[in-house]
Design a protein around this ligand. Structure first.
Ligand SMILES: CC(C)(COP(=O)(O)OP(=O)(O)OC[C@H]1O[C@@H](n2cnc3c(N)ncnc32)[C@H](O)[C@@H]1OP(=O)(O)O)[C@@H](O)C(=O)NCCC(=O)NCCS
Length: 151
């Protein structure tokens, strides 16, 4: 059987279907209100479907000539199958197309899977924000690693 994978822009009508993925992927997920505020205007995002089933998404922000990766998620059951790499590549291509010369992102210091994904795509660590995130374990705080990709 061939696997059909497709990308399409996120619209507000997708929120109800994207929130379960957001909630399953993060210890401190975006609220529906925050997610909705990151659609349109300077924000851009796409969802990925496999066999017409929603399996992940990304949200980016574009300002002047720089883009920021705000969120990227693959539904837990489908992680580790190359979909995160596909989403990140699509985000980078879209950012390039908009005229970005740099892409920024922040990632939890303990999120090794995401850091490996970004490093393999050419992102480099530029700084750390000490105690930036409430810890995913619920106790204390966790550093943010700031990463950048020059296009
Ligand atoms: C981060 C995330 C998007 C990656 O998606 P994915 O579909 O699992 O990733 P892929 O299968 O495409 O793997 C891409 C690369 O990520 C890295 N990676 C993925 N899972 C990993 C793991 N468990 N351990 C170490 N590296 C891992 C590897 O470098 C991998 O490349 P390789 O297979 O060539 O070694 C996904 O794990 C996710 O949704 N996590 C929860 C949300 C999140 O943390 N988002 C990032 C916020 S900054």
């Amino acid at each position: 059987m061939t696997t059909s994978t497709s990308f399409s822009p996120i619209t507000t009508s997708d929120i109800n279907n994207l929130m379960p993925i957001e909630n399953a992927c993060h210890s401190h997920p975006w609220s529906e209100k925050t997610f909705t505020s990151c659609i349109g205007g300077r924000y851009f995002g796409e969802k990925i479907e496999q066999q017409q089933c929603l399996v992940g998404f990304y949200v980016g922000e574009f300002v002047i000539d720089e883009a920021t990766l705000m969120d990227i998620c693959v539904t837990p059951m489908m992680q580790g199958k190359g979909l995160g790499k596909l989403l990140l590549n699509q985000f980078i291509q879209q950012a390039k197309h908009k005229g970005a010369v740099k892409i920024w992102l922040e990632v939890r210091a303990k999120n090794i899977a995401a850091q490996m994904l970004y490093m393999n795509a050419g992102f480099v660590e530029t700084s750390r924000r000490t105690g930036y995130y409430p810890s995913s374990s619920g106790f204390g705080y966790e550093d943010a690693i700031v990463m950048c990709l020059s296009l």
